[in-house]
Design a protein around this ligand. Sequence first.
Ligand code: HEC
Length: 196
Amino acid sequence: MRRSLVALTVACALGGCRAEDVFVGADLDLNRMLEQPRVDPYEPDSLRVPPAGTVPWASEDAPDAAAVRTGRRGGAPVGRIPVSVDAALLATGRARFDVFCAPCHGVAGDGRSVVARHMTLRPPTSLHLDRLRALAPGALYGVVTEGKGLMPAFAVQLTPRERWAVVAYVRALQLARHAPVARLPAPLRSRLEGAP
Ligand code: HEC
């Protein structure tokens, strides 16, 4: 560094220019590189402002992220499905159920399947048992996530959202078997009651 500086100074002297003109204000010990204007992570200026009306969904900062992931809140299984249940979620739930659950529990969830006939030691249960209808959604999610007895865990095959979709679809299957006629929409009810 110093040698090239001398060389440059000499070159300048020979060439007729003055060293002060070349090195005006230069900081040769490179301290200037340690202090540069910059914005540190999470300083207000570094954060992007989310568009107005943004609602966090299952992000690490969302208060319910843990419930979505674990199915538990404060140690207890959640009593409500913590993602919004709509037609799209139920469609996903049906698709995943038919692939991952129906081979053992049957397409209708009643435990009638070829696999069940051969799992004589501990057959897959009917999902329509009173005990399972009364199970909190978080507990159902726990069974899908961790498995139970001879039933495998599905944490690897299904994302949390897909597991909730399956839970919602199981609830729909249970409702389909157990909804009282009084809860049907009027046109369906009259069709049913008018049937011979
Ligand atoms: C390989 C077969 C198999 C598959 C696939 C399977 N299960 Fe099971 N499942 C079982 C068996 C066997 C049991 C009984 C476990 C026991 O009580 O030891 C069971 C039990 C259950 C129970 C009752 C748990 C309880 O508290 O008694 C639920 C709910 C359930 N399964 C839901 C599902 C859902 C939802 C899926 C799909 C994501 C699924 N199962 C996939 C075999 C299976």
